[in-house]
Design a protein around this ligand. Structure first.
Ligand SMILES: [Zn+2]
Length: 104
């Protein structure tokens, strides 16, 4: 078993494991903050994702990179070169001045 990723982002961990399982890669998530004391509330709750079969590890790593390199909505927004208005990626022309996205 090999550790693939460590994150405090539970949404991301969930997305990653869903993706791995969809590819037929067995994985487990371990909670690093599960304390036997039961009293300490961690500020950041870390989770680690482990790939069970070591021969799946390279493929799992590729998938991890594919997911982390996806552009976020913030990065995909574009700024109009004519008026400076910022737009969501789904818009192809500036609503303010009609300038084309491709002209940016
Ligand atoms: Zn504009």
């Amino acid at each position: 078993m090999k550790r693939l990723h460590r994150s405090s982002d539970r949404m991301f961990v969930q997305m990653l494991t869903d993706r791995l399982q969809a590819e037929g890669i067995d994985c487990v998530v371990k909670d690093e903050n599960r304390s036997s004391m039961g009293e300490i509330t961690p500020i950041v709750s870390w989770a680690t994702v482990w790939v069970i079969e070591s021969e799946h590890y390279d493929r799992a790593e590729e998938l991890l990179h594919a997911i982390t390199n996806l552009p976020s909505l913030d990065e995909a927004t574009w700024e109009c070169s004519q008026c400076g208005e910022v737009h969501e990626p789904q818009f192809s022309t500036c609503w303010n001045c009609g300038n084309d996205k491709e002209a940016v």
